[in-house]
Design a protein around this ligand. Structure first.
Ligand code: NAD
Length: 500
């Protein structure tokens, strides 16, 4: 029987009315036993209307009411980690432990949202002029939308909606159509936690649904996470429609390994960060830059480790890496490896022929490692988003930094070294939004914001942390004067207000 994933509007599951559905594939088996409703413009409008009506009350609700619900949601999320991880593995393909990791990192943002009262504390200056006080407060925007990618179907929505609703907004989520079930599970848990109907809504679909959210006059802000071309489009279109936008895009994350680094630790880190989640992470390391004479030794250490990775279905506890999201994506990833030698790369490991016995229709690809990759190679220039690691060589630290800074992407980057001075220079000189020092995937904790530079983020707000609170609220400054009854009347004064 085919499972159907419905929208979630106004606090309940709503069947698709457009008659259009998309297939949801189990990447390990290739089976399509789930389909997801694709929203029409009218269905998106219904979700925005539900959110708009809910905002009337939710926008006025107390911090105590909002955080009490978030605390309950946190407890439910904690109790449902496994159930969510199973849904993620079934539709995304990542291994169960990795899916649990994504739930845990999403939960960190719920933790932050539970303490939103501290972040929303206003400022007060008393007696700025005679009997005049000034306070600065932040208020919600109204209905806000989130559009999210396939690779973190639970965590990335949780980068957005806990902060948005904690700040008093109502939310419409358009998750990836490739793995939509986790978002519906999150909606059910929010409802169970007591969230009023309409505060959180989910509409599934494709460009039709996204475009309606981008132009809808009642949507005040759009948070997007996905590939760079779509991020650029979202930023341009939603901005042109007068909305506040944060659009996080793709990446090509480099790891600079200096000659003094612990090469075993660097190789462990490179392999974990390149091939974890089959490379389908925006913070995956996809390019290692080996500085000086260590290149051959480092590549050998990476090869030894990478060859041992166990690839198989995500629900098999023995698997360390699962399949890719779709067959089309699998074939695209393979094409970079197939073309690599002709572009001047040394192919150290070629994973393109890999299959898993008993799962012949799964979207499998093995581990690929390319060495001496020229910057002109497509395998270097594009975000591959698969288990393909490029190693580049640089003579010096300066050459390595220049190489990294010439990339159009600037999401995350890492340096591996024992030299504190070099690490400090790197922090200041590198053009990326998130930097790791001997940490390969420097995903910030919830109370520090996440976001890249250059083509990895369009807009001026990073996501979650203080930036999240800022993005989902707008400032208001109140100037108050309570004259003393003994004061002489101020009289009419047409001059510009002065403080005295
Ligand atoms: P994607 O850009 O294809 O899709 C993201 C969302 O946009 C989905 O909901 C999708 O339905 C929608 N969409 C796709 N094409 C569209 C179009 N033409 N018009 C309007 N909407 C459209 O991304 P993906 O393949 O789902 O996810 C992988 C990408 O996301 C990678 O590039 C990865 O680096 C990036 N990503 C970035 C971050 C980050 O924090 N910077 C985090 C996770 C993923």
């Amino acid at each position: 029987m085919t499972k159907i994933v419905n929208h979630w509007i106004g606090g309940k599951s709503v069947e698709g009315a457009s008659g259009t559905y998309g297939p949801v594939t189990d990447p390990a088996t290739g089976a399509v036993d789930t389909k997801v409703a694709f929203a029409s413009v009218d269905e998106v409008d219904a979700a925005v209307q539900a959110a708009k009506e809910a905002y009337v009350t939710w926008g006025q609700s107390s911090l105590a009411q909002r955080t009490a619900i978030l605390f309950k949601f946190r407890a439910l999320l904690d109790a449902n980690r496994d159930a969510l991880a199973e849904l993620i593995t079934a539709e995304h393909g990542k291994v169960h432990s990795d899916a649990l990791g994504e739930v845990a990192r999403g939960l960190e943002i719920v933790d932050l949202a539970c303490g939103i009262n501290v972040q929303l504390k206003g400022e007060l200056s008393t007696q700025v002029a005679s009997r005049v006080d000034v306070s600065s407060i932040r208020q919600p925007l109204g209905v806000v939308a989130g559009i999210t990618p396939f690779n973190f179907p639970a965590m990335v929505p949780m980068w957005m909606f806990p902060m948005a609703i904690a700040c008093g907004n109502t939310f419409v989520l358009k998750p990836s159509e490739k793995d939509p079930s986790a978002s519906v599970k999150l909606a059910e848990l929010l409802a169970e936690a007591g969230l009023p109907d309409g505060v959180f809504n989910v509409v599934h679909g494709d460009k039709v649904a996204v475009d309606r959210l981008l132009e809808h006059p009642d949507v005040k802000a759009v948070s997007f996470v996905g590939s760079t071309p779509v991020a650029r489009y979202i930023h341009t279109t939603a901005s042109a429609n007068g909305k506040r936008v944060q659009a996080l895009g793709g990446a090509k994350n480099h790891m600079l390994v200096l000659p003094d680094a612990d090469l075993d630790a660097a190789a462990d880190a490179a392999v974990s960060a390149a091939y974890g989640s089959a490379g389908e992470r925006c913070m995956a390391i996809s390019a290692v830059v080996a500085v000086g004479a260590i290149g051959d030794e480092l590549v050998e250490k990476i090869r030894e480790r990478a060859e041992k990775i166990k690839i198989g279905p995500g629900n098999d506890p023995a698997s360390e890496m699962g399949p890719l999201i779709t067959k089309v994506h699998r074939d695209k990833v393979a094409s970079y490896v197939e073309g690599a030698a002709a572009e001047g790369c040394e192919v150290v490991l070629d994973g393109t022929g890999y299959t898993v016995d008993g799962f012949e229709d799964g979207h499998w690809i093995g581990i690929s490692l390319l060495d001496k990759v020229p910057t002109s190679a497509k395998a270097y220039q594009d975000e591959i988003f698969g288990p393909v690691l490029c190693v580049l060589r640089a003579e010096t630290y300066d050459e390595g930094v220049a190489l990294i800074n010439s990339s159009p992407f600037g999401n995350g980057t890492a340096i591996f070294t024992r030299d504190g001075g070099a690490a400090r220079r790197f922090q200041l000189e590198i053009e990326a939004g998130m930097v790791g020092v001997n940490v390969p995937i420097p995903v910030p904790v919830g109370y520090h914001s996440f976001g890249g530079w250059k083509d990895s983020l369009f807009g001026d707000h990073h996501i979650y942390g203080n930036d999240g609170t800022h993005f989902y609220t707008r400032g208001k400054v109140v100037t108050t004067r309570w004259p003393d009854p003994a004061d002489a009347p101020a009289g009419v004064d047409l001059g510009f207000p002065r403080n005295h």
